[in-house]
Design a protein around this ligand. Structure first.
Ligand code: ATP
Length: 344
């Protein structure tokens, strides 16, 4: 016979998705910040929430962390039904935003000790955990310095340390690297990538290459709606077309002219351009092109110095799925205007 679980102890679920959201909608007056969002985030993934400014990323994260109430819809996070003032939810998640505010007069160690105490840690356990997090985020050497003197990258690493201190199952990072320089960006992204297998991470960004570097699944939002969701590799394979770059050896102008004509005539090519000797081919059917590009090169007799099948980027996927905004989506100043209830 199994012993009954005491009422005060909630069993932490170890199976099922990390996040499940159905029909999440958020209205601000007439503005639809989020429009019937369904989302499923598998446990253990590093999940990228991607979209341009105003897409609804922050609104989604604020609802999922219990900081804002949805106008409609429901969600569960780490097995807990999301609502405001939900201590069990707060125990299971960590949160870091783009510009965390800390007391500048505190030292990094003091801040982490304060956060640890708020999470119920004390004594030796608290000191050990704080030291561990300072080492992990590369802040040990500056732990005794006032936060007011930290660089942007140090502040974000401290933010990550405080978000991880209580060993959350789920970590929400809202545009965590957007304000950092390239070095700070790289360091923080490496730290986040190192969390794989330890916690589920939801990472929002409008910087596509950052998401591409660390995420295994992505959801793309645009004007409050989910455009697509899935494993990064599948998304890249399904939506972005590969690009071939061919560099012929010098002195073969006539042969290269013939090759370009053959490439342009191929049913699978969409555009063939030549610039500074480099032939660039975009294709509509990657399967057909894969077996046909090199035979065309051989048939034309061109000798190549290099041949490359370039990997599509998320930028390509985004442009293909979302495209440039339509004229009726722009306001008078050329900015994309938010979706409104009347647009539904
Ligand atoms: P960004 O990258 O600029 O932070 P985002 O994808 O996080 O964008 P949100 O901040 O979630 O987008 O905003 C979604 C839409 O909701 C935007 O049009 C925004 O102007 C609007 N919005 C957000 N908060 C409010 C609010 N408190 N009152 C009115 N409109 C709001």
């Amino acid at each position: 016979m199994t012993a009954p679980v005491p009422a005060a102890v909630t069993a932490v679920p170890t199976t099922g998705p990390a996040i499940e959201a159905h029909g999440l909608t958020k209205q601000f007056g007439r503005i639809l910040a989020l429009d019937r969002l369904d989302l499923m985030v598998p446990r253990g993934s590093i999940f990228g929430l991607l979209g341009p400014n105003g897409a609804g990323k922050t609104t989604t994260i604020r609802i999922l962390t219990g900081l804002a109430r949805p106008t409609a819809g429901s969600a569960s996070v780490a097995g807990v039904k999301v609502s405001l003032d939900q201590p069990e939810l707060q125990r299971r998640l960590g949160y870091l935003d783009q510009d965390p505010r800390f007391y500048g007069w505190m030292t990094g160690r003091e801040l982490l000790e304060l956060v640890g105490r708020l999470h119920g840690l004390s004594g030796r356990e608290l000191r050990a955990r704080v030291t561990e997090m300072l080492e992990r985020t590369g802040l040990s050497a500056v732990a005794g310095r006032r936060i007011g003197g930290y660089s942007g990258g140090m502040r974000q690493r401290l933010g990550l340390a405080q978000a991880l201190l209580h060993r959350p199952q789920l970590l929400f990072l809202d545009e965590p690297v957007s304000s950092l320089d390239p070095e700070g960006r790289r360091d923080l992204l490496e730290l986040i990538a190192g969390l794989r297998g330890e916690a589920t991470v939801v990472f929002s960004s409008h910087v596509l290459s950052d998401v591409e570097r660390i995420c295994d699944r992505v959801a793309i939002l645009d004007r409050g709606r989910l455009v697509t969701e899935g494993p990064l590799e599948e998304l890249l394979a399904a939506h972005a077309r590969p690009i071939y770059r061919l560099m012929p050896a010098p002195g073969q102008d006539a042969l290269v002219g013939d090759l370009v004509a053959r490439l342009r005539a191929a049913p699978w090519s969409t555009e063939v351009s030549v610039s500074v000797g480099l032939v660039r081919v975009t294709v509509s059917d990657p399967g057909l092109a894969a077996g046909a590009v090199l035979p065309l090169v051989v048939a034309s007799g061109v000798v190549l110095e290099s041949f490359e099948r370039a990997r599509p980027t998320l930028e390509d996927v985004f442009l293909e799925l979302v495209g440039p905004p339509a004229a009726d989506q722009l306001d008078g100043r050329g900015f994309v205007r938010p979706r409104e209830v009347a647009d539904r």
